[in-house]
Design a protein around this ligand. Sequence first.
Ligand SMILES: *[C@@H]1O[C@H](CO)[C@@H](O)[C@H](O)[C@H]1NC(C)=O
Length: 353
Amino acid sequence: MLWIMNLSGLLSAAMVTVVLSPSLQSFPPAEAIRSSHLRRIPTGATTFRQAQAFPNADQCGTGGPGACDPSLVHIAITLDRDYLRGSVAAVHSVLQHSLCPESVFFHFLVLETDLEAVVRSAFRSLRFKVYSFDPDRVRGLISSSVRQALEQPLNYARNYLADILEPCVRRVIYLDSDLVVVDDVAKLWRTNLGSRTVGAPEYCRANFTKYFTERFWSDRRLAGTFAGRRPCYFNTGVMVVDLDRWRRFGFTRRIERWMEVQKAAEGGRIYELGSLPPFLLVFAGHVAPIDHRWNQHGLGGDNVRGSCRDLHPGPVSLLHWSGSGKPWARLDSDRPCPLDHLWAPYDLYGPSL
Ligand SMILES: *[C@@H]1O[C@H](CO)[C@@H](O)[C@H](O)[C@H]1NC(C)=O
């Protein structure tokens, strides 16, 4: 049986009706990844079209300049050559659905600063700051993982937001580069984290055991870290982070310590994936749960088998192509999955039409 979902209300760009098949089981482990096999795109400022202007609505405050204005919504996102098209589409989607787009401040984490020109030319009057992420900061801590793409240093930049962003930035939304937001991000921003440091949608029916190796579970000194909490899987591609608390409790160091355990691993590795497991080790069971609509993940499916994924049941505020397939690659190769057409309206890559 097919069911038809009308997503037209979600998209201001186009009326899109998508036919989906209802395979609604929970997804296997998927981590937002950088696939090094993807075609690199040239990054002259002219390779991206300029987006329309996105002015604030009348009821929005004007606020002051800089990143320290308390009325701002802060978003951190990485920019690299392989995923640039995805990052630009993500920014575009945020602006398009915000009531107050000029009150959104973007923090771009980069290895190469020349990407700033692309952002500047694609978006007029975008409020942003570019931060150089030093790959040496994590290089010694990264162990080889099941997928080479998971080993890219920029995948680990999310561990260091509290150090990299200015101290006046007290909360940030971290977003992966393979997603689009189809709702006002200010709603996600206002999430109540209670006493928690990280907020994210939790998936308590996912099999948590498989994110760690047998060696981890059989060593009580290691597995004991989950004593007294009920750990659930969450995806680190969409997180609301209380940076004040993060700084106060030194979570960067706690994450690094788990990476050191994995790296040392005399008795064998304790997990197979890349940047995700240390987050699970530190935060699983201590996460402020956010509505699942804010991370409809797994849409990347599996490029090798060419499989397409459906949405989880329920409303959608954010579509996330985690997994190895990316919508731009599938659209370019004329073999898109049905949901890839929801990404296309945000794509700014290519010459002006
Ligand atoms: C969960 O995953 C582990 C490790 O892969 C496996 O041994 C176990 O049978 C799984 N449990 C369920 C309920 O599927």
